[in-house]
Design a protein around this ligand. Structure first.
Ligand code: PGA
Length: 251
């Protein structure tokens, strides 16, 4: 895991967009793994700005999102389908048919999950996976205790995750109880991982990410075993790490 320190959220977003744009320049038909949530929003905004200014082309790019709530229709404004359309897909020239998210309304969820993993394989696997991190260490919706062997699957959300996401819904009761997520094994197959973290609310989990052994009770620690992980975090998120440690992890 290589750490890149950013001053603040804006700088984190700019640096993250640069990593993604480098990937697209290197391979214009890259398969990108995408994430939703507050942390990655600024990165999408930077990519959209770049698209407007520099005409970076997305017509050969394919995308797979990490997760989707179970039981929400893709038209629901809180679905990750709607998030991606609004905050990214509608703003760049990516063909809709090349954007994939799990179907949270699938009647046969097992088949849906298997097909999702198979589609990823067919298209050559994910070149770069963008990730946020939950305050409990989740990546995607792989909550503490998730198996490192897991592929795309249906999960029950932890109460803390539902509380963290309640800000987008009218009441906490409206937050779905389940989601479909890429598994940890799915994420670990990506050739490169880019994890972003911003704000004081992520400072404890970032401290744990750098100090804990690899353990399923903190799912993100598995990234220590990934050969090509970049973490871009801002000063608030890194505030529990000493300067010396930050320098050491930056190497
Ligand atoms: P956030 O979510 O970016 O909204 O903090 C990240 C996550 O839960 O993975």
């Amino acid at each position: 895991m290589k750490l890149i320190e950013a001053k603040d959220y804006h700088e984190m977003s700019m640096l993250a967009a640069e990593v993604i744009l480098d990937q697209i320049k290197e391979k214009n038909d890259s398969v990108l793994g995408l994430a939703t949530g507050g942390t990655v929003l600024g990165t999408y905004q930077q990519l959209i700005l770049d698209h407007q200014q520099n005409k970076t082309a997305y017509q050969h790019i394919k995308t797979f999102n990490l997760d989707e709530y179970a039981g929400l229709s893709r038209q629901d404004e809180n679905s990750y389908h709607a998030y991606m359309k609004k905050h990214f897909f509608d703003e760049v020239n990516i063909p809709f048919s090349q954007t994939f998210l799990p179907n949270g309304e699938a009647l046969d969820m097992k088949a849906e999950c298997e097909n999702y993993d198979q589609k990823m394989e067919e298209l050559g696997g994910i070149d770069l996976q963008l990730l946020g991190i939950g305050q409990n260490g989740h990546i995607g919706f792989n909550e503490p205790g998730s198996s490192f062997e897991s592929k795309t699957h249906l999960v029950a959300l932890e109460q803390s995750t539902r509380e963290a996401n309640a800000r987008y819904f009218d009441t906490i009761e409206d937050v779905p109880t389940h989601a479909v997520t890429m598994g940890i094994a799915t994420i670990m197959k990506s050739k490169k991982v880019l994890l972003l973290a911003s704000g004081l609310q992520k400072s404890s989990i970032l401290y744990d990410l750098f100090h804990s052994d690899v353990t399923s009770s903190i799912p993100a620690t598995i990234l220590r075993d990934h050969p090509n992980t970049i973490i871009i975090a801002d000063q608030e998120a890194l505030s529990k790490l000493h300067q010396d440690e930050r320098k050491m992890f930056a190497k």
